[in-house]
Design a protein around this ligand. Sequence first.
Ligand code: 4NP
Length: 193
Amino acid sequence: MNDLKPPIPNYTAKVQNGMQKTFYSFLCSVFLTITMKVLFVCLGNICRSPAAEGIFTHLIEKYSLENVVSCDSAGTIGNHAGEGAFPKMKRVAAKRGYNLTSVSRPVRPERDFDTFDLIIGMDDHNIADLKKMVSGRLVKAKICKMTDYCTHYKNTYVPDPYYGDTKDYELVIDLLEDACEGLIESLVKGGIC
Ligand code: 4NP
């Protein structure tokens, strides 16, 4: 992501342009916090999506995007609700410098599809399950797949590592690092932040 311009100056410039354009956008830029909200979703919300949340949070801090982007994670099943990330996932993530602090929760369709601007599943099962939760093309358009943001890896999904060994967890981190960088880049390039 060498060509990534510092996001805050870009964002500030956008806000300043807006202030010149209309009094309304001036009021918005002063009184509203404009935030892009991203929800990462996997099956259990103890391995892949907590790791995505941890890595993306790390990048938000790295690029000083705290005021314009935020994220959370959830699972399509609630079997692990209330649990922290799976210890093996936490260990492998910690080795790469990521502290996974999220607590598992199920997707709450009635709230999450309103609250979040982007809902990102890890594999095609997650995507299918998410699409079953809502009706309406506009809401479904918020759903996309994590690997769509990869710029180096050609994988078409982030594989479930739950019953796997350390290598499987390391692949999850590799894919998520690539996808999270790509996601930030696409938000910045799209003028979202
Ligand atoms: P995750 O992994 O979807 O990446 O959190 C899994 C965690 C738990 C289960 C399956 C996948 N499970 O069957 O309990």
